[in-house]
Design a protein around this ligand. Structure first.
Ligand code: PLP
Length: 421
């Protein structure tokens, strides 16, 4: 029954029933974790053949001896594959070390220290800001917070960030230098940026050194038959007359081994030269042996897509289960809404305003770890205290069922408490 149309007495008795159910849940002594978007061990197993690669075959197809120093831009063949998958083209894509997050961090620090190719002074010369579509990815916000960059929330809609809100903010504020954005199956909503929104963002009047951090971490992580074709975002930036506006990131973290994959950075020729200049001071080149191992295993872009189909077989049932439990347990009560992603690693659950932290605390006391309250917002401050990020991939499906059923009980109980307050 719809909680919003209950009388106070009905709500009280519903709360009392839920408390009993919650006590049973607590008594079960669970120890379950729905926090981080990690691949499950069965997903990691898919890439186990890589553990014995490259064997003695240490030369890349184009003849690079991967055992030795050099090649700061990475193996040409890996740039080719991911240039295609990210829609950026091999020439404007470099293959790096194991973490795209590191590249996001590094370009931010380079700009703070030296300015971008379009800056007249280092970003750190004055207070600066980043636009943050919310809810978003906590580790993005962690980078900007660490370096004292002020974060400004903008709403994330099903077709991408609210462009009008971005336009209004950018129009009279040249101190806005950047924007975080996960364009495909965003973390945590699963939303994908439309071409129209992308074009509008690229065309907006902004500071010359305004940069969109286009973190395409889930470019090929589809749960449906067809992944959306990647937008040729660098070409679109050229067309919009802002060729240097976009920094593209990606990685194989959730394709092969999380933490032992290959990261990619793609941008205009000028931005790549700028990046490589500073990058070269800290490394003589990336781990090309790991890149070769990936190349031998994945082979080409179709090989990556086929591999992602195998991931999909393992995780689509988990997403379906979570959505089914949400509908069965929370649907009638109208105390929550959630996204139904077609890819990526998360489901974004909104409970009624003021109930997220309480729901997460109740779950914790029942042995179910949820991502900390507020994590999907800059400064960990969810202004409405309503968003909860669910990460279905890691737990085995039976544990996921138990955990989600428990989360539903906590969300319902939390909602009755807020409504009765
Ligand atoms: N970007 C997004 C949106 C993510 O969700 C994650 C991991 O959860 C990452 C980047 C991390 O990527 P990497 O392992 O390449 O640093």
């Amino acid at each position: 029954m719809n909680f919003h149309s209950m009388s106070v007495d009905e709500l009280r008795s519903t709360r009392d029933d839920l408390r009993k159910r919650y006590e049973t849940l607590q008594a079960a002594g669970l120890n379950l974790d729905l926090t981080r978007g990690k691949p499950g061990p069965d997903q990691l197993d898919l890439s186990n053949p890589m553990l014995s690669l490259p064997g003695d075959d240490y030369r890349s197809p184009s003849g690079v001896d991967t055992r030795n120093y050099g090649g700061v831009s990475g193996l040409a063949e890996m740039r080719e594959i991911f240039g295609e998958l990210l829609g950026t083209g091999a020439d404007r894509t470099v293959a790096l070390g194991n973490a795209s997050l590191q590249a996001m961090h590094d370009v931010t620090v380079y700009a703070l220290l030296h300015g971008t190719v379009d800056s007249d002074k280092p970003w750190s010369a004055e207070p600066i800001k980043f636009l943050c579509p919310v809810p978003g990815y906590d580790r993005h916000f962690g980078i900007t917070e660490l370096y004292g960059i002020e974060m400004v929330n903008v709403p994330m809609n099903p077709d991408g960030p609210d462009v009008d809100a971005c336009a209004a903010l950018l129009a009279d504020d040249p101190s806005i230098k950047g924007m975080w954005l996960v364009p495909t199956y965003s973390n945590p909503t699963g939303y994908t940026v439309s071409e129209d929104v992308a074009r509008r963002l690229l065309a907006l009047p902004a500071a010359p050194d305004f940069r969109i951090y286009w973190d395409n971490a889930y470019a090929v992580h589809t749960l449906v038959d067809e992944a959306p074709a990647p937008l040729p975002i660098l070409d679109l930036a050229d067309e919009a007359g802002h060729p240097n506006r976009v920094y593209v990131f990606g990685s194989t973290s959730k394709i092969t081994f999380a933490g032992a994959g290959v990261a990619f950075f793609a941008s205009s020729a000028a931005n790549l030269a700028w990046f490589t200049k500073y990058q070269s001071a800290s490394t003589i080149g990336p781990d090309k042996v790991n890149q070769l191992r990936h190349l031998q295993f994945l082979k080409d872009a179709d090989g990556v897509r086929a591999h992602m189909d195998r991931h999909r077989e393992l995780i689509a049932p988990k997403f379906e289960l979570v959505l089914q439990i949400l509908e069965e347990r929370l649907g009638d009560s109208k105390i929550a809404s959630w996204t139904t992603p077609e890819g990526g690693y998360f489901i974004s659950l909104d409970v009624i305003d003021g109930a997220a932290a309480r729901t997460i605390a109740l779950a914790k006391d029942a042995g179910i770890a949820l991502t900390a309250a507020g994590s999907t917002y800059p400064y960990k401050k969810d202004p409405h205290d309503r968003n909860i990020r669910l990460a279905p991939t890691f737990p085995p499906i039976d544990e996921l069922r138990t955990a989600m059923d428990g989360v539903a009980t906590c969300a319902l109980l939390g909602a009755t408490e807020v409504l009765l307050d």
